[in-house]
Design a protein around this ligand. Structure first.
Ligand code: NI
Length: 228
């Protein structure tokens, strides 16, 4: 499932982040790439132990924690500390799959994280740059994604994906991975559809007895499928 989560950050939050990021200490993006992806990755990135990345990453984690749609779609058990990248002057990230396991090298005692979901939080408006689409492949074909600043794209970390060359301006984004309570994409999808349907029922018929029963079904399915 590809999920667009609008408004993770407000426009003023984005502007405040960008003011810091536009003068940040950008490095070669291959610092976090695996062997295959390192051969096709051309961009700039903040080092994962850059204090600015950790500070802004914590702001993003706080914003994610307030977002019900993100929670319903990802069912996050753990979130990798957000990283930041920038593409300009023809830079691109060719087709690849993200590493299955990530290690937070900034914390000695952090357990490894299984990447169930990949996330891109757009921090530049679409009219600031040409190209730079996130293209994700699934069973239905290729999906080209270019979202407003402050919006999030969530997609299965198992999917082949790429970032097309940026031919004008700069594409700035935060990216991170999520280990979900529910490992299976199809089970996550069912839970998300059920959750959205229950929310709709709650809005239209809050006194319906089915509301309580369906809420129970949701939590009992989650109990069956979650690894906690
Ligand atoms: Ni990737």
């Amino acid at each position: 499932m590809l999920l667009h989560v609008p408004g993770i950050l407000s426009k003023s939050d984005v502007a405040a982040l960008r003011a810091r990021l536009d003068v940040a200490d950008w490095k070669d993006g291959r610092i976090t790439a695996g062997h295959q992806s390192g051969q096709v990755k051309r961009n700039a990135q903040l080092a994962d132990d850059d204090p600015l990345a950790r500070e802004l990453g914590d702001q993003i984690l706080a914003a994610l924690a307030r977002n019900a749609t993100f929670f319903a779609g990802a069912l996050p058990r753990r979130i990798f500390p957000p990283l930041f990248n920038r593409y300009e002057g023809g830079q691109a990230f060719g087709i690849h799959v993200d590493n299955a396991i990530r290690y937070d090298r900034t914390k000695a005692d952090a357990p490894p994280l299984r990447t169930d979901l990949s996330a891109t939080l757009f921090l530049a408006e679409p009219d600031e740059y040409d190209g730079g689409e996130l293209v994700v492949e699934d069973a239905f074909g290729s999906h080209s994604i270019k979202l407003p600043a402050g919006d999030l794209a969530l997609y299965p970390a198992s999917s082949l994906h790429e970032v097309r060359a940026v031919t004008r301006g700069a594409r700035v984004a935060s990216f991170f991975w999520i280990q979900s309570f529910v490992r299976s994409p199809s089970q996550r999808r069912l839970l998300f559809d059920l959750d959205v349907s229950i929310q709709g029922l709650a809005a239209r018929a809050p006194d319906a007895p089915e509301f309580v029963r369906l809420t129970g079904v949701y939590h009992n399915l989650l109990r069956e499928w979650a690894d906690a």
